[in-house]
Design a protein around this ligand. Structure first.
Ligand code: SAM
Length: 293
């Protein structure tokens, strides 16, 4: 059996099929059995669980998933990889490859089919150029998902788990931490990929939470407040709220100082704090008070 997680066999496979890894598609193939086992272990798969994989590439992770799970549906954008995937996965009867752009696919339909009506698992060594939109797509469809295990750029992983007030914490951190509990499983050096990327990577595990990790009446408004606070780092929260773009519809302008102060006072939050120091429960509370007064 071909083992695409062996660097020698992976480069032989690519050469035999006349294929070069495409940088624009984030094709850095994982050629390391230990890292691959770590990813599969982090997925906590039971033998009757179905999995969706994003970007099977040469099929190394797909093969390991097919041995740990009941069924794998893998979505690959690059049709040039079809002959390789056929050669590597030809004998796997529990793998379906869909050739499509994961960001453009009808995800509810894919998940309904792949997971047969109960929340399933997503596993992927993802192309880094689509990390943010990909995570947004997944979390928009979190009702279909019980666990997500991703190999991502280390910097992104650090931001996803960043504590409020730390330099790494941004509006994306709070977006992820609202939609899921997040765990950093471990870091992965560039040397385990073919070709090696310039950055290091990390394994991230997310358990989506419905409706979210904090109680909030209007998610949209809370995220607009978060964006307002982070959009103007180093400004006080009071100033950040008053200077938020009109499209955020927060109801304040620079002329509404009293109104903004009244909101912050009602919420018991000091308007002189820098916006980016607020925790997710504090943003949720502020948003809920906004609805109430
Ligand atoms: N899973 C393989 C591994 O671990 O070696 C390949 C990982 S490689 C980092 C990313 C894979 O995602 C490539 O096969 C690439 O062609 C594919 N890909 C890139 N953009 C995609 C998209 N929008 N939808 C689906 N697959 C995509």
């Amino acid at each position: 059996m071909i083992d695409p997680t062996s660097p020698k066999q992976a480069s032989d496979l690519l050469r035999a099929h006349g294929i070069r890894a495409q940088k624009r598609l984030g094709q850095n193939f994982l050629c390391d059995r230990n890292t691959l086992d770590k990813i599969v272990r982090a997925a906590n798969l039971a033998p009757d669980d179905p999995v969706v994989e994003i970007g099977p590439g040469l099929g190394g992770l797909t093969l390991a998933l097919s041995q740990a799970a009941a069924h794998v549906t893998a979505v690959e954008i690059d049709l040039h990889l079809e002959p390789i995937l056929k050669e590597v996965l030809g004998e796997c009867t529990n793998v379906d490859i869909v050739y499509s752009d994961f960001l453009k696919i009808d995800l509810p339909a894919l998940f309904e089919k792949a997971f047969s009506g109960k929340p399933g698992t997503i596993v992927a060594n993802i192309p880094y150029y689509i990390t943010s939109p990909l995570l947004e797509c997944l979390l928009d469809n979190k009702r279909f998902i019980q666990r997500i295990v991703l190999l991502v750029q280390n910097e992104f992983a650090q931001r996803a788990v960043a504590a409020p007030g730390s330099d790494a914490c941004g509006s994306m951190s709070l977006f992820v931490q609202y939609h899921a509990t997040v765990e950093l499983i471990g870091s992965v050096p560039p040397t385990v990929f073919l070709p090696s990327p310039e950055v290091s990577s990390a394994i991230l595990a997310l358990n989506p939470v419905l409706p979210g990790t904090v109680p909030v009446g209007n998610e949209e408004r809370m995220f607009r407040m978060i964006r307002a606070a982070f959009g103007q780092r180093r400004k006080t929260l009071l100033n950040a709220l008053m200077r938020a773009p009109a499209s955020y519809d927060l109801g304040f302008t620079v002329n509404d100082r009293e109104k903004a102060e009244a909101l912050l006072q009602a919420a018991g939050i000091d308007g002189n704090r820098r916006g980016e120091t607020l925790s997710l429960p504090e943003f949720a509370h502020l948003s809920n008070i906004f609805e109430a007064i």
